[in-house]
Design a protein around this ligand. Structure first.
Ligand SMILES: [Mg+2]
Length: 233
């Protein structure tokens, strides 16, 4: 059951902007540019990279490694595991980030919904990611013009679902916990994180089925539905 919120925070990656497709397209670009990477199939490269990226993000979230180590090792470790002789994994990592930025796109319907909602609600963003990258997304997509606080995990020093980042965001919003709605795609970092903070949550779950809907205050598969629900009162 969703009550009318006083403040809405949005996640960015895979909620407003299509991070997963950009990541895939960027990997395809670097594979095409480096013949050494073509010794592995794209699916293989993609699968092994995802495993190392996930593992290293977890170590980063625990403060065990810094972002430079994360950015270097996700490629170095992938190439080592696949036995690919790449002379400069660091250069591939830099090219990957440039390609990733070229492929950013809105999630369908998100831009219109965000614009409409920003006329009736105070809005902000909370995102796990690198400060430089996420600030560029905010600038490129005009998010700042629509919103108040933009909260990036690297700046705060805590990643979602840590309670600290939600407490920080709550203080920045000027709203009480029960008055905040968090809209995100990730069941753990967004929905459980927001719920633990005492916030309402709206889960953007385009792939999921009704049986998995128990934990969020509201579940939606497309942004027109969220927009209609929030603007109907
Ligand atoms: Mg997300």
């Amino acid at each position: 059951m969703l009550r009318r919120p006083g403040f809405i925070y949005f996640d960015i990656d895979d909620t407003l902007l299509d991070h997963s497709s950009a990541q895939r397209a960027a990997l395809q670009d670097v594979r095409e540019a480096h013949p050494a990477l073509q010794q592995a199939s794209f699916e293989e490269l993609s699968r092994v990279y995802a495993q190392h990226n996930h593992r290293l993000w977890h170590a980063y979230s625990l403060g065990q490694i810094d972002r430079h180590a994360l950015q270097r090792h996700r490629f170095e470790d992938t190439f080592a595991e696949l036995g690919l002789g790449v002379s400069s994994p660091e250069a591939v990592g830099r090219e990957y980030m440039q390609a990733y930025r070229r492929h950013w796109r809105w999630i369908p319907g998100a831009k219109a919904a965000l614009k409409a909602l920003s006329q009736s609600f105070r809005i902000g963003f909370i995102t796990n990611g690198f400060s430089e990258t996420q600030k560029k997304k905010v600038a490129d997509f005009g998010l700042e013009a629509l919103a108040g606080p933009v909260i990036i995990s690297e700046d705060v020093g805590y990643l979602k679902p840590s309670p600290e980042i939600f407490a920080y965001a709550e203080a920045q919003s000027g709203a009480g916990a029960g008055d905040i709605l968090y809209v995100g795609d990730n069941l753990v970092s967004d929905i459980r994180g927001g719920r633990s903070a005492g916030w309402q949550t709206a889960w953007y779950a385009p792939q999921h089925t009704a049986e998995e809907n128990g934990e969020a205050s509201f579940v939606f598969r497309n942004f027109e539905v969220l927009q209609a629900r929030l603007l109907s009162g």
